[in-house]
Ligand binder design. Structure first.
Ligand code: CP
Ligand code: NVA
Length: 330
């Protein structure tokens, strides 16, 4: 059956079938070719989109903006705290106002319920640009990057290290289960994803003929991995006081040369970014002063190595977001 995503929102990958995800990945490749060959593709001229951010962003915001311009659209960026939403106006009212003016709305914010509510009332496609629970547009870029490196997705051994119950830990488990990658969550038990989501992903994985594994053991969890993925240890919206307990819990789960050497011969390193791999940021420097560590979730040596695909991954945010906008608005 042919795939048609017109009018659909993208709130979480759980809502999409493997064929729909496949369709978006193939479309992304086409858009990447068009961009590389400098071929104009202003297919959505005359349409307008709003980008509503309640948390900061570099990649997601820039990807939506450039994708929108490349497609010939008008783009409005609403930075955190700059609209009436939340303080004077509810999500429901904001949705009904923006839905009258725009053809699509991107939202980055806190709980998943907020983006679901926005989508319920906007009457136009809503795209989740990250919530506390999920980051679906990041998943498409990650899948595309893996496929570009290995030529396939099914059967890839994928290991996520770190805070396995944050938006990335949850989303990667879903993405792998949907697309047939063997997913391992390598993290302390305190930070494992919630039981219901694990069980749901196990069911999906069974249909996709792949596995979901949770382990605290770094050697076992990273052995023969084709992809080693990590994320920052304290996510946006979490209090600063979380740094001390997280560093304590996650220090043994740092991605370093030993971890990469335990993985498969051709293993790649991935990270959604931003990343604390040196002291060249204000937070990185503060952490160094307080805790005496200059690298956190990944060492500088791995981050800067040939195995690191983090900037390909960042570029792919734009091509995949373009595919999502086009597929849902065309
Ligand atoms: N990976 C990602 O979502 O980056 P930004 O926070 O910069 O958008
Ligand atoms: N888990 C991170 C992802 C950033 C893209 C956060 O939510 O801050």
């Amino acid at each position: 059956m042919s795939v048609n995503l017109r009018g659909r929102s993208l709130l979480k990958l759980l809502d999409y079938t493997p064929s729909e995800i496949r369709y978006l990945l193939d479309l992304s490749k086409n858009f990447k070719d068009l961009k590389r060959t400098n071929t104009p593709h202003k297919y959505l001229k005359g349409k307008n989109i709003a980008l509503l951010f309640e948390k900061t962003s570099t990649r997601t915001r820039c990807s939506f903006e450039v994708a929108g311009y490349d497609l010939g659209m008008g783009v409005t960026y609403l930075e955190p705290g700059s609209s009436q939403m939340g303080k004077k106006e509810s999500i429901k009212d904001t949705a009904r106002v923006l839905g009258r003016m725009y053809d699509g709305i991107e939202y980055r914010g806190f709980s998943q319920d907020l983006v679901e509510e926005l989508s319920k009332y906007a009457k136009v496609p809503v795209w989740n640009g990250l919530t506390d629970e999920f980051h679906p547009t990041q998943m498409l870029a990650d899948l595309l990057t893996i496929e570009e490196n290995f030529g396939y997705l099914k059967g890839i051994n994928f290991t996520y290290m770190g805070d396995a119950r944050n938006n990335l830990g949850n989303s990667l488990m879903v993405a792998c289960a949907k697309m047939g990658l063997n997913f391992t969550s390598c993290a302390p038990k305190e930070l494992w994803p919630n039981k219901e989501l694990v069980e749901e992903c196990q069911k999906i994985a069974k249909d996709s003929n792949c596995t979901i594994t949770l382990t605290e053991d770094v050697k076992e969890g990273t052995k023969n991995a084709d992809v080693i993925y990590t994320d920052i240890w304290v996510s946006m919206g979490e209090p600063e006081e979380m740094w001390a307990p997280r560093i304590n819990l996650l220090k043994p789960y740092q991605v370093n040369d030993e971890v990469m050497n335990n993985a498969s011969k051709n293993a790649i390193f991935m990270h959604c970014l931003p990343s604390f791999h040196n002291r060249e940021t204000t937070i990185g420097e503060k952490i160094y002063e307080k805790f005496g560590i200059s690298e956190m979730e990944v060492t500088d040596s791995v981050f800067e190595s040939k195995r690191s695909k983090v900037f390909d991954e960042a570029e792919n945010r734009m091509h995949t977001i373009k595919a999502v906008i086009y597929a849902t608005l065309c």
